[in-house]
Design a protein around this ligand. Structure first.
Ligand code: PRP
Length: 181
């Protein structure tokens, strides 16, 4: 598996530093909140990030999972998202929601998902992403918490996949071009 990696982009030490920094920010921002916090973990890519991040947030919190995909540009439903696994939660007005993502690319998924959860009357909806590719943005979207902005590289590992593989690499790496071209 490692022979398919061109180079390491975010190593284990930097991942640890990023999750510590973001967890500290989140803890400061939510410590006086009157509503319970729910981390909405977006499957599958954010699994590792969410797992490391939540263990560094010493606040009472709950976790839920969603799986969504965006239709992308140029399709009949572009601008919409498909929900493969939804929240089994009601009365969202009782909660602060923090969506946990591995990467923001076009911005479609998080822009739409944020709107959807606000429309369900959540007390608040914020977003936290490990990686952001601002050069790829197709809709206006800025995450509330961002681990690292990156160039338009094909990244894998630490939850991120190519063809469902490489999610178990302990770092974020750049995939060799010959693997996907
Ligand atoms: C990735 C990522 C985001 C989305 C970002 O998910 O986890 O959900 O794409 O892209 P966007 O900003 O262009 O909307 P993917 O569909 O690859 O699913 P996975 O996490 O299960 O691999």
């Amino acid at each position: 598996m490692t022979e398919d990696v061109e180079r390491i982009l975010v190593d284990e030490k930097e991942l640890d530093e990023i999750t510590t920094r973001l967890a500290n920010q989140i803890t400061q921002d939510y410590k006086n909140s009157t509503k319970p916090l729910i981390l909405i973990v977006i499957l599958k890519g954010s699994l590792n990030f969410a797992s490391d991040l939540m263990r560094k947030i010493p606040l009472p919190l709950e976790i839920e999972f969603m799986k969504v995909s965006s239709y992308g540009a140029g399709t009949k439903n572009s601008g919409e998202i498909k929900i493969h696994l939804d929240l089994i939660r009601e009365e969202l007005e009782k909660y602060d929601l923090l969506i946990i993502e591995d990467i923001v690319d076009s911005g479609r998924t998080l822009a739409r998902l944020t709107q959807l959860l606000k429309n369900r009357n959540a007390n608040s909806v914020k977003t936290c992403t490990l990686l952001d590719k601002p050069s790829r943005r197709e809709v206006e979207f800025t995450p509330d918490y961002c681990g690292k902005e990156i160039e338009n590289e094909f990244v894998i590992g630490y939850g991120l996949d190519y063809d469902e593989k490489y999610r178990n690499l302990p770092y974020v790496g750049i995939l060799k071009r010959e693997i996907y071209s």
